[in-house]
Each structure stands twice: as C-alpha cells, then as structure tokens.
Design a protein around this ligand. Structure first.
Ligand code: ADP
Ligand code: MG
Length: 307
C-alpha cells in the first residue's frame, strides 16, 4: 500500500479521538511518544476482528469500529483502568475511501465519548482485519488480580448477558447477519472495582470460558446459580424454548464484566454501584474444589460448562 499510505493515514487517522495532554507525539511520526501518569500501572487490551472469522462481509465499518473499541476497552475495564490511548493495525485489500471514512468517523465518535486518542498504528495490504490496542491506567495495586481469589469470595456479573446480540438470539457474530448494535464498554463498572475486587474478566470470550480462566489462575473453582444469571429477553426466550444453557454460559462478544469479591466488601460494592446505570448481580461463590459448576434452583447441576 506504498503509494497513498501516507495520504490515507493523514486523512483518516491523524485526528481521531479526544485531544490529550499526555500525547507528546501521536500519529504522523514513527513511534508515538506518550507520558503515563506516575504511580499508575499501564493496562493494555487488544481486540482483533477478521472478516469471515469474526464478522461477515459488508458489516458496516462504523459498527465494526464500535465493536472493536468496546471489546478492547472491556479488557481494560477488567483491570479497573481508565482508557487513554489507542493504536490501530489495519489490513485491507484495496484502499476503499468510503470504508475508511466511515470506519474513521465511527472510531472518532466513540473514542471521543471515552476521552481516548488514536496515537498510532500500521496500515498494510491483505485480508480485511482490524486490530485495536487500548491502553489505560490504574493506580498501582488497585487492579483486580486473579491471584488474590480465595474460596468464599462471591462471584458477580455486571450488566446483562446477551444484551448486544442479534435479534434471533442465537448466533453471534458470524451467521450471515450483522451486529445490529455494538456493545458498550463497561468502563464505569470497571472503575467501581478498584481496590475491592479480587479478580475480574470481561465476558467477551463467553462467561464460562472467561471465568474458568480466572479460576484456573487462582487454582480455585466456583458454583454458579443459573437462575440468578441476568439474561436479555432474547436469551430468556431462547432458553424457554429449548432449555439449553450453553448459549448464555458460552456466548461470546458480550462486554459484561464478571468479577470476584471478598464478602466483607459487599456493602462498599453496593454503594459504588448505586451511582451507576448498570446492574450488578451476585451469581455464585468461589470454592476450593477446582472447576466451574452451575446449578439450577432445584439443585440440578448443568453439564458441559465450557465451550
Ligand atoms: P511506514 O510503514 O510507511 O513506515 P508507518 O507504519 O511508520 O509508515 O506509519 C507512519 C505513521 O502513521 C506512524 O506514526 C504510525 O503510527 C501511523 N499509522 C500508520 N497506520 C495507522 C493507522 N491505521 N492508524 C493510526 N495510525 C497509523
Ligand atoms: Mg507501516
């Protein structure tokens, strides 16, 4: 993409997102030069979306921008980080100015909403694939860290599972359809976890998968109460029709946060969430026995938790 790469970058990527005083040099030079605040850890989250694997051809570029942004930021949220900078790796077959314009303005809008600046990237020729790296800060020592999860800690979920999925309630993201509405990054929910949550994960890989990984790291297990899971109407309807829990438990591309909390932090958590629009639901408890178990209210254990 040698001929017009520079004009493409200048036109579509030089001024995306909010202006920030901590960006010494952004897009245009070689490496970006950035000033992280002292006393903070840098959190980095990534989302790669490849045509044909994660989204169907002709997905509107603005939707793609918002979805990639939401997923990358949801990883920051799981570290209770404040988002600051983005980098973008873009490969596309040909320079398609219509696509670039729509992607760039979609990303600009959502990045401004969250005070985030696009500070660099790379642009190459190839199959359509968009990778966003999000960078943010969390005061040192205040990020949830799965190594601190202990038996007896409570398991919580923010938001609602399946809120952002196709109207058929079945097949995200590849099904020949497109995302009807992209996810919202749970940044405010993540900030509310600072200093109190023992571990946290975004559910972009599916609840069972993401929580399962947290529990593996801490060498613990958990029991979930299936009837406590907050489900979107489409998921509820689906469940009523076929009784199959695999979908709510394994659905990818949700940006709800799952986290664990020492029980003595319960009141502090409730206080912090009273100021937030998102709900926060206790869905289970950490146990010493490894593995993830999920029970219905009558005590029946569900099989096949992980995809
Ligand atoms: P070249 O590949 O020709 O050496 P670079 O890859 O160094 O050019 O890109 C030049 C500048 O443009 C760098 O600051 C880089 O971070 C930025 N850049 C390139 N592609 C993108 C992109 N898709 N989004 C944001 N910035 C980009
Ligand atoms: Mg390059």
């Amino acid at each position: 993409m040698a001929v017009s790469e520079f004009s493409v970058i200048a036109r579509y990527f030089a001024d995306v997102g909010a202006a920030r005083p901590d960006v010494e040099l952004g897009v245009g030079d070689d490496a970006a030069l950035l000033t992280p605040p002292s006393g903070h850890d840098l959190a980095v989250g990534i989302c790669s979306l490849a045509e044909g694997s994660h989204f169907p051809p002709l997905t509107p570029p603005a939707i793609l921008a918002r979805q990639g942004f939401a997923v990358a930021l949801s990883h920051l949220a799981a570290s209770a980080a404040d988002p600051a900078w983005l980098t973008l790796s873009l490969s596309m077959r040909d320079i398609d100015e219509g696509w670039l314009g729509a992607y760039s303005s979609g990303l600009d809008q959502v990045a401004r909403d969250f005070g985030v600046r696009l500070v660099g990237g790379d642009t190459t020729a190839g199959h359509l694939c968009v990778t966003l790296h999000a960078h943010g800060f969390v005061p040192t020592g205040q990020a949830p860290d799965a190594r601190g999860i202990r038996p007896g800690h409570l398991v919580y979920l923010t938001g609602i599972l399946g809120k952002f999925q196709q109207s058929d309630g079945k097949s995200l993201p590849l099904s020949g359809g497109t995302w009807s509405s992209p996810s919202e990054p749970p940044i405010a929910q993540g900030l509310a976890l600072r200093g109190i949550a023992s571990g946290a994960c975004s559910t972009t890989g599916g609840l069972a998968h993401s929580l399962g990984r947290l529990l593996e790291i801490s060498e613990t297990g958990a029991s979930l109460n299936a009837s406590a899971l907050p489900l979107a109407p489409a998921l509820k309807a689906n469940l009523a029709a076929d009784g199959n829990w695999a979908l709510p438990l394994n659905q990818a591309w949700d940006t709800a946060l799952c986290f664990t909390l020492p029980p003595q932090r319960r009141e502090e958590l409730a206080r912090r969430f009273t100021h937030l629009p998102a709900r926060c639901t206790c869905i289970g408890r950490v146990e010493a026995t490894q593995g993830l178990r999920c029970r219905l209210s009558d005590g029946t254990e569900l099989a096949a938790m992980n995809s």
